[in-house]
Design a binder for this molecule. Structure first.
Ligand code: SF4
Length: 354
């Protein structure tokens, strides 16, 4: 069975020709998949009956198995199983007037951030292009009959399990499929790659003609080397100053900003002095950055805590007083354990049941 959702239109046409189908059949199938989110050949009504039967026997539209869906008021967490038995989580987040989908790019992660539940098991493997696209495919299939605008994922953030830039080639091809106007057609402006800030990977992104046009978010999480190194040990080999220098000079598309994510952790990086230090750093470049403050969501397997609410607001105020855009992201995934760095926190449960 040939998987179709990991193909660009060009590849799908080549596959069609190789199988003695007319080229335009590939275009039709591509539209059924990526415009109508159809995964049942029997419903692809503009294909001949023979072709529909042939497709059923020779092609498949999913590589993940959907095994669970947990709904909370502002988010929905989907749990999928890969062909080789690993679990992948995807979170659909309800914003004011649209959905944002938080997509995973790896099983596990080897970046090793201390506050992150995903990091606990290290990296198991990269997700394939099909596994990245299938997260969206399943979710779209699930929501496509809802009234507008809730029938469509508008924004995608690569912020689930894993470091997206460590899976560079698969991420790049997935982005190419996502932005193709003949298919899914999501604007580059609505895609965000959230990275832990490994320098050589960021340089690679900056030099890549596809990925450099996608939004960049960096998990900064500290105003200096010492604190960042404590919670993000990659800072030892990716020094804070070099990262900052790279961000200040990053080739941003016009009118865009880099999002600096800052997970606020009680008594670690949440003091007023930390906010002042961060403000001092950003102020001269404030047109190119916005700050997203994320109050930490405690995990049962990690020792960190969320700061009290007053401290979170006081931290934000310091940034705002310096004319820096700073929003607080009261994580919507909290109820379903899908907040940043918490995906997979409860994964052992379904694994043990299997
Ligand atoms: S926070 Fe992100 S980069 Fe850091 S260990 Fe977790 S998944 Fe990896």
């Amino acid at each position: 069975m040939e998987l179709l959702i990991d193909k660009t239109l060009k590849e799908l046409r080549e596959w069609a020709i190789k199988n003695n189908l007319e080229r335009f059949r590939a275009d039709q199938i591509y539209q059924w998949m990526f415009k109508k989110w159809e995964d049942d050949p029997a419903k692809m009504t503009n294909l001949s009956k023979e072709l529909r039967t042939w497709l059923k026997e020779n092609a498949k539209f999913h590589t993940l198995e959907k095994i669970d869906k947990v709904e909370a008021p502002d988010s929905v967490k989907y749990l999928f199983k890969t062909d080789d038995g690993y679990l992948v989580e995807t979170v659909l987040i309800k914003e004011k007037d649209h959905w944002t989908l938080c997509v995973s790019t790896q099983i596990g992660c080897n970046v090793g951030c201390k506050f992150c539940a995903t990091a606990k098991d290290g990296l198991i493997r990269n997700l394939t292009v099909g596994e990245i696209i299938d997260q969206l495919f399943w979710v779209q299939k699930d929501i496509k009959d809802l009234p507008k605008p809730w029938n469509k994922v508008r924004n995608i953030v690569f912020m689930g399990m894993g470091e997206p830039l460590a899976n560079f080639n698969n991420l790049k091809k997935a982005v190419e499929i996502l932005i193709d106007q003949k298919g899914i057609d999501i604007s580059k402006r609505r895609l965000t790659i959230s990275s832990s800030g490994i320098l050589y990977q960021l340089r690679k992104m900056a030099n890549d003609e596809v990925l450099r046009n996608v939004n960049l978010a960096i998990s900064l999480n500290a105003p200096n080397q010492k604190i960042r190194e404590e919670i993000m040990p990659i800072t030892k080999t990716n020094p804070f100053n070099e990262l900052w220098n790279l961000l200040v000079n990053y080739p941003l598309p016009e009118g865009r900003k880099i999002t600096l994510e800052y997970v606020l952790i009680k008594d670690i990086n949440d003091q007023i002095d930390h906010a002042k230090e961060l403000a001092k750093l950003i102020k001269p470049h404030r047109k190119r950055f916005k700050v997203n403050l994320i109050p930490y969501n405690p995990s049962p397997i990690l020792p960190y805590e969320r700061p009290p609410q007053e401290r979170i607001y006081a931290f934000q105020k310091v940034l705002l007083d310096n004319a820096i855009i700073a929003t607080i992201r009261w994580s919507k995934g909290q109820d379903v354990f899908g907040a940043c760095g918490q995906l997979r926190a409860k994964r052992e449960i379904p694994l043990l049941n299997n």
